[in-house]
Design a binder for this molecule. Structure first.
Ligand code: HEC
Length: 111
């Protein structure tokens, strides 16, 4: 709940540059697990790349998905991870569609 309020406030204050908004959201909600942390896989090249293909102890659920991360599948996963891949280890979701789009735009810049 508190996080939702903080994120809403951030969205109001954010600049129009969408990937830049995504960077801010990523820094607040994702970086702690996805930037060199053993808590989550690296997201470099994740957009357009194969699902669950990094050296990381993925859940069987995400490994079983197969295919590549598209805009659509990233959006579905971030909206409702446990619906997209029941049993996934990632429980963090982003309920706001505009924020999901901004985060996905930012993920595409991670090479
Ligand atoms: C508490 C730690 C944590 C946070 C915070 C977190 N994630 Fe994750 N993320 C994970 C874990 C763990 C996995 C692997 C899930 C699995 O194996 O089921 C994962 C997997 C992913 C994947 C798939 C990676 C691949 O190699 O296929 C994407 C994309 C992703 N996260 C994006 C995000 C985004 C965007 C955010 C911020 C909104 C975020 N994550 C926040 C822990 C986290």
């Amino acid at each position: 709940m508190l996080r939702a309020v903080v994120v809403a406030a951030l969205a109001l204050a954010a600049s129009p540059a969408i990937a830049q908004d995504g960077a801010q959201l990523f820094n607040m909600q994702c970086r702690m697990c996805h930037s060199g942390s053993p808590m989550g896989p690296s997201l470099a090249g994740v957009a357009g790349g194969e699902i669950a293909s990094k050296s990381f102890a993925y859940s069987p659920a995400l490994k079983a998905k197969g295919g590549v991360w598209t805009d659509e599948s990233l959006d579905a996963y971030l909206k409702a991870p446990t619906t997209f891949a029941p049993g996934t280890k990632m429980l963090v979701s982003v309920s706001n569609p505009t924020q999901r789009a901004a985060i996905i735009a930012y993920l595409k810049t991670l090479k």
